[in-house]
Structures are given as C-alpha cells and as structure tokens.
Design a protein around this ligand. Sequence first.
Ligand code: ZN
Ligand code: ZN
Length: 275
Amino acid sequence: MASMVNENECGGETQSLEPQGPGRGAARWGPQHAGARELANLYSPGKRCQEWISVILCFSLMAFNLIYLLANFHQGHTWSILLGIVAGILTADFASGFVHWGADTWGSVDLPIFGKAFIRPFREHHIDPTAITRHDFIETNGDNCMLTIVPLANMAYNFLTLSPAEIYHIYPLYCYLYALAIFVTLTNQIHKWSHTYFGLPRWVVFLQDCHIILPRKHHRIHHVSPHETYFCITTGWLNYPLEKLGFWRYLEDLIQGVTGEKPRSDDLKWAQKVK
Ligand SMILES: [Zn+2]
Ligand SMILES: [Zn+2]
C-alpha cells in the first residue's frame, strides 16, 4: 500500500495514509502519487548531461579559488573574513528562500524548457518529499553548481590577472563571495540532508543540531500544505524573521495585484493529480 512518510518529532519516521491539504482523498503523497510518477519521468538524459558538466566545472573552480584564497591570506583580514563569511551565508540563505519561493509559487511545468528542467523538481518535491533522498549527488547538486560557475570563473580570472596589491584590497569581498558560492552550491545537498533520517554522517547531524545548516525539524514547517512559508533551505536562519515580517505574503499580494496570477496554482494542480 502506498503511504506518505511523515517525519516525527524524534527524528524517526511514521507512516501516514492521509496526505495533508488539497490532495486529500485524491492520492497519497510519495513515489506512488500519480503526479510524482509523471514528474519523475520527465528527468531527461540531456538534463543529466547539463548537471554533470555543471558539477565538474563548479568543483574544479572552487578548488582553484580556495588555493588562491589560502595563498593570499593575511592575518590583518581576520575580522573582515569572518564578517564576510557570515554575510555570505546569510545572503545564500535569503537567495535559497527567494528562488524556492519563486519556483514553488509561480510558473508552471508546462513552460518551454525551463518548466521541465527547473520547475519540475520543486513540484515533485512537494508531492514526493522523500524523492530527493533517492537522488544521487549529480541530480541533487547539478542545478546549484550551474548557478555558481560564472561568478567562480570570474574570481579565478581575477586571481590570475590582478596584482598582489589589488588582491589584498579585494580579499574580504572575495571571502564573502566565496562563502556565498559555497553555500549556494551546497544548498540542495543541505536540503537533502534535512529529509534524511537514516545513515547521515555524525558531523552532518552535529551541524544540523547546532543550526549551522538547515535542521530537519525546522524544514518540516515548510512541508505542511499549501507550502507557503519557511522557504529558506540553506541554514534557515532567515525563516523566522521573514515569517514575522510577512515578507512572502506581501510579495505574493503585490504580484497577484499586478499580474492577476494566483500563487501556487500550478503546485496545487500537481498535488491534485490522480492519474
Ligand atoms: Zn517548497
Ligand atoms: Zn524539502
């Protein structure tokens, strides 16, 4: 029998036969959900190829830049480096929330190219939240790696062409950009860990428990239908303040007022699919 996997308070899993929200009575959440099966089948070889290229390029550039950052380190920069890293992580968390909110709330899988490639995984994730735990490293991280290739390539180019004095001057900014790039790149890996309840390395659980990366219990708040809050999935540090501000609701009202589009209408359509 198909069933939804619910993540309980203790970090274990319980089986629930009832989906929450609009899909109730129509289908059960999980890999057997008709919408989830259809979405999983849209993952194409071309998309896979794009992900492989992105991962290889991104990690090569990351290693290259790390070597140059270490080689150009000066003790006088210690505080600005720390500040740059915290600011980079906060920016990445906000960016994760913004992109996640945008893809969850607007657009459709039917959009040419973009829909199948980039909106599809968000729709799949709501109706089959455990699918991400079955994705391998390439499928999990390919899209985020693609996002950081250009900034990392630009940083590498500058390390090769700028003078030592210019590098010294720009160093704190590059620490900020590097931390931002690392956390943007790792966002979906961190997100995958927040859905994984068995076999996580102890250091990952430690980082989750210290709330340095997205904790499992924290991310569960987003997975309550209709998925309208707690969009930040890197560290989740900004979720509470943004919720208190009503930030996402304000943006949605604004966009609906201008375009007439209803938030999450495509997400709802997939959730209600029965065949
Ligand atoms: Zn979502
Ligand atoms: Zn999730």
